[in-house]
Design a protein around this ligand. Structure first.
Ligand SMILES: Cc1ncc(COP(=O)(O)O)c(C=O)c1O
Length: 360
């Protein structure tokens, strides 16, 4: 018997299961399970990818200055307050590793992103789940759950898988009322899909106890390349940079992300298309008797009458080559999270749900 043991908490981590991407026996599927961009990525990003392929023998830069500069310019933020990571996942990991340890408490909300408790366990901290109210983050419940052991509060806004949002005033109220030792992490992976929302950037600019995380995986359509970023006070970015590996991002990732960030016209088009088809899909499903909250993201949470009905509809969609996401693990056994696809995809989903309901 060996005495080699993993650190506390690590064996409590359940292995992550990602959205399915195939259906046995089907060569063509419509994948609407991972909130990917139906338009793919911009031509500018593709050109940058091909250009960067000539320099694969070179180590990348370590300070990400060009990408941080581009993000700063486009978003109107100080590049010195930005950190880039392998997906926003990695930035979230830097935060947990830097600010929580054995026995500390990390708060996340009932329907929040499933990664947060895993990150807490990985550093030996205790994940504390706080109830939401009507599928919306409840600021008062979060404040009531804080103790002197709380170090981090994770908040997804817009939420995944709910798609719902809380307003900036609520976030400001939370930030102002948190105990002094608590860092508020505003996970804004879907903020570009919300109307007139800067992801909380302006709040973070004036608050030393917040970090905003963002991703290139959603509106920029680059989930396969793994790039994200965070924005916080310089003191926090300085801490996170100490745990970041110097070569965490390749020149390919950096160059493609920079081109994608600068292609604001493409982003704008994706935002408009998503808003149009999200509204259409929500309305059409509601007409079919499926409950849908107003979504501010690039997916909707369809709630059925029961777990059995959700499972039945999921099976019917699969029979028709459509993959959506069951969300039992997020506390919605009766739900299916459906990524907003392009027009054809949305029409296909609605047609299949109508068939399932016996209405077509
Ligand atoms: C709420 C939320 N945060 C973060 C992420 C991670 O994104 P990334 O691909 O940047 O690691 C996701 C991915 O689905 C997400 O849904």
């Amino acid at each position: 018997m060996t005495a080699i043991r993993p650190q506390p908490g690590i064996m409590d981590i359940a292995l992550y299961t990602s959205g399915a991407s195939s259906i046995a026996g089907k060569s063509h599927v419509l994948k609407l399970s991972s909130n990917e961009n139906p338009a793919g990525f911009s031509d500018a990003a593709k050109e940058a990818f091909l250009r960067a392929a000539h320099d694969l023998h070179r180590y990348p830069g370590t300070d990400h200055a060009r990408l941080r500069g581009a993000i700063g310019e486009v978003q109107g933020l100080d590049p010195e307050r930005i950190i880039c990571g392998v997906g926003s996942d990695e930035v979230l990991q830097f935060v947990t590793q830097s600010y929580a340890g054995v026995g500390d408490e990390v708060i996340y909300t009932e329907h929040g992103f499933s990664l947060y408790p895993l990150l807490a366990l990985a550093v030996g901290a205790v994940p504390v789940k706080v109830a939401e109210k009507q599928r919306r983050v409840d600021v008062d419940a979060i404040l009531a759950a804080c103790t002197e052991r709380t170090r981090i509060v994770f908040l997804t806004n817009p939420g995944n898988p709910t798609g719902t949002m809380i307003g900036e005033a609520e976030i400001a109220r939370l930030s102002d009322a948190l105990p002094r030792q608590v860092l508020l992490v505003l996970d804004s992976a879907y903020c570009e899909f919300a109307d007139g929302y800067d992801g909380g950037a302006s709040l973070v600019t004036t608050r030393p106890n917040m970090i905003m995380t963002r991703t290139f995986s959603k509106i920029h359509g680059l989930g396969g390349l793994r790039i994200g970023w965070g924005y916080a006070a310089r003191e926090i970015i300085d801490v996170l940079n100490r745990v970041r590996q110097p070569f965490n991002l390749s020149e390919v990732q950096l160059s493609v992300a920079e081109a994608a960030m600068r292609d604001t016209a493409w982003v704008e088009k994706c935002r408009a298309d998503n808003a149009k088809w999200r509204a259409w899909l929500s309305h059409a499903l509601t007409e079919l008797g499926v409950a849908v909250d107003e979504s501010s993201a690039n997916f909707i949470l369809a709630r059925f009458a029961s777990e059995a009905e959700a499972a039945g509809c999921d099976a019917h969609l699969r029979d028709n080559g459509i993959i959506v996401r069951r969300v039992n693990g997020y506390g919605f056994p009766e739900g299916l999270r459906i990524t907003v696809g392009d027009e054809a995809a949305c029409r296909q989903v609605v047609h299949a749900v109508a068939q399932f309901k016996g209405l077509r």
